[in-house]
Design a protein. Structure first.
Length: 136
């Protein structure tokens, strides 16, 4: 977490970009830890900030960062960019959409690739963030 906080300080105070693109290469679980095996599951999704749980909102810093993002209206910019960018990434990679089966993310556009999720890495930046999660 300290590395993400340090990166956010640098982005917010020094670089001050109009947009942050995060690329996180996902990995699927490898089954039994005692006998791991390769899982051939390829997919892609793109995250924007959102979908805060009641447990997460118990923390003052999380509430503050959520409100800062709401008042700065970054979600409007993220929403406008997310579906077309996700479509381009999906077309370029041929990866199918990932389907969340947990409550920590919510589909937020007509795109099967775009979800809102509250991650430290997409909440700390003071600009729009598109967080790419391909797995292959």
């Amino acid at each position: 977490m300290s590395e993400i906080h340090a990166r956010a300080r640098r982005v917010n105070e020094e670089l001050r970009p109009d947009l942050v693109l995060c690329l996180h290469l996902n990995a699927e679980p490898w089954g039994d830890p005692k006998q791991p095996s390769f899982v051939n599951a390829n997919h892609f999704h793109l995250l924007i900030n959102g979908c805060y749980s009641p447990d997460e909102l118990q923390y003052e810093d999380v509430r503050f960062e959520m409100l800062r993002r709401l008042f700065s209206r970054t979600e409007e910019q993220e929403m406008a960019m997310a579906a077309p960018v996700a479509a381009a990434m999906a077309a370029a990679t041929g990866l199918p959409p990932y389907l969340y089966t947990t409550a920590n993310a919510r589909r937020v556009s007509g795109s099967p690739f775009v979800y809102a999720r509250n991650l430290l890495a997409n909440r700390m930046y003071e600009c729009p963030v598109l967080y790419f999660e391909p797995t292959s």
